[in-house]
Design a binder for this molecule. Sequence first.
Ligand code: NIG
Ligand code: FE
Length: 411
Amino acid sequence: MNILIKNIKSLVGVLENSSAALKGADLSQLSQIENAFLAVEDGKIAYYGPMDELSGVSNWNDLEIIDAEGKFVLPAFCDSHTHLVFAKPREGEFVDRINGLSYEEIGKKGGGILNSAAKLAEMSEEDLYQDALKRLDEVKAYGTGAIEIKSGYGLSVDAELKMLRVIKRLKENSNLTIKATFLGAHAFPSEYKENQQAYIDLIINDMLPVIAEEGLADYIDAFCERNYFTVAQLQQILAAGAQYGLKPKVHVNQFSSTGGIQASLEYNAVSVDHLEEMTSEDFEALKASDTIATGLPSCSFFLNIPYTPVRELINNNSAVALASDFNPGSTPSGNMQLVGSLGCIKMKLTPEEVINATTLNGAYAMELGDELGSITIGKKANLIITKPMPSLAYMMYAFGENNVERVILNK
Ligand code: NIG
Ligand code: FE
């Protein structure tokens, strides 16, 4: 099926050549064509331009024509950091936090990630898969077309493999483009509290070889944080992942700066994510790299913690992406429009910067920038058609509203 979208109020995110994530001030460069058309052939963006140049459609048969009068067309969101496969929500901890406990205190008491792991151990692969499939439909309805999903609520050989096999099935059966990240190093199971090295050995010797053998992961991750994984432990894990060709995408600097950014850069991390607590050394280290700095504003909102200083990162010439962090503990939402609103309201990004950070740079944060994330001829046609809107800024302004009318996805 080929598609012609006509009378588009504004075609957003037009990029003639896409070669790398947008660094520094380039993040604000978002090209738009008003009163535009866009043609999709064989699932790819084939032509686009102003309406008065509408031509070049080579095959008028088997063509769906969509009239987008008053509507915007933009690349579907590329959500580069989620924990979308999980067993149960954790609203009890939400109430605990209202009553004064912090996220870290809940974790220390055996709640948090360990709570999710206990629930996931009891759940069948089939039920996990069915629930995750529904969540994918929900995030798609808010405009997400590509998504990274982590393991990390297994924390045993069987349960980590179960999660990753669920993600593999999602990859095969969903029309979203999916990348899988192995996050066995998310928390130490209680039985390994006194012998942390034994758990790291389990990750390295018993989990990673099977994951590599079955092709279950694209990336490797660890939660590098006080009370979780130290920099030395992160280095062991990233070194082991590198043996199997797994590049890092790492949780760092959420509550404290411990040197995790520098360690991740040594292993050529594709992205470093969270970054709520940054030192001047951290900014400097990132400045010299192509690693993408990913902010997760809906996590900051939900936990009431500082927001990633994305303006300073941009001024420092880093490439900034925004992602949802969808998970049951710190961010029970995968709504990328809300991420965009928070990006504007709390991080002071412009709507144009938000679109680039959630589309093109999100795609590069999953190494999908050559095929997704912008309106570029030859890229896959993963598109959002909005509801009628007065302006692009309206999408971020009208926080909580779903302004996505239709999502077109091609794999
Ligand atoms: O990115 N911080 C570590 N991991 C997740 C939260 C995990 C959880 O609380 O379940 C995050 O916020
Ligand atoms: Fe996360």
